[in-house]
Design a protein around this ligand. Structure first.
Ligand SMILES: [Zn+2]
Length: 224
């Protein structure tokens, strides 16, 4: 890959889940994407998908998983080669395989890390594991040259998105700050933790005037 095309961003389709009846989007397909950023200074992973071995999650969401280890191996990458992990937020389908990354910095907003202590917020053992090294941020942060964390609360209290300045243009990994490409075009959100904050975070991502936007739960990539 020619270096002038770096950083390079690649979605990793880590799972498909069935949304339970009580979910506002029940009946819709729900793919789960993580993202691999190949930066000259290292490999950065955004989110880690659904973990395995949790009876409650398996029963409620029937995840069809593609193990992260396999997805990375298919690209010639060992888990140990990942230099940093970013969690957009700590719901179970975004942090499930954090456990594969002991002694690797995992970047999360402090507010999100605190929110995840609430009962039923996530699967605690998927975020608390031996060797876990959370780097807690309070607001925007530059992770590596051209890779910036941007707080986008609304779906959760401490959700963050990732802004990447690449030779392919200005790229946003929205995560779940915006659910899908249609919503990025202006469709109204429903049933978020805070709909008002969610709408203003979505607007702030639009204001960044990205050339391309990736979403955690939509295979469609928005292009300017
Ligand atoms: Zn979520």
């Amino acid at each position: 890959m020619p270096s002038e095309r770096l950083p390079h961003i690649e979605p990793l389709h880590l799972a498909d889940v069935t949304l339970p009846d009580a979910h506002p989007r029940a009946g819709q397909p729900c793919p789960i994407f993580a993202f691999l950023i190949r930066h000259p200074a290292g490999l950065v992973l955004v989110d880690t998908g659904v973990g395995d071995g949790h009876a409650g999650i398996d029963k409620l969401y029937a995840p069809q998983r593609r193990p992260l280890t396999d997805e990375l191996a298919a690209r010639g990458i060992a888990v140990s080669e990942v230099t940093a992990v970013i969690n957009t937020h700590l719901h179970f389908d975004h942090c499930g395989e954090n456990r594969l990354f002991p002694d690797t910095p995992i970047h999360v907003q402090r507010v999100e890390h605190e929110a995840a202590r609430e009962p039923l917020y996530t699967i605690p053992e998927w975020i608390d594991f031996q060797g876990a090294q959370y780097e807690l941020h309070e607001g925007e942060a530059e992770l590596l040259p051209g890779i910036r964390l941007v707080p986008t609360p609304g779906h959760t209290p401490g959700h963050q998105s990732v802004l990447i300045e690449s030779s392919e243009g200005r790229i946003v990994i929205a995560g779940q700050a915006v659910y899908d490409a249609a919503e990025f075009e202006g469709a109204a959100p429903t049933g978020e933790w805070d709909d008002e904050l969610y709408a203003s975070s979505a607007a702030s991502l639009r204001d960044l005037k990205p050339d391309r936007v990736y979403f955690s739960h939509d295979a469609v990539v928005w292009e300017r």
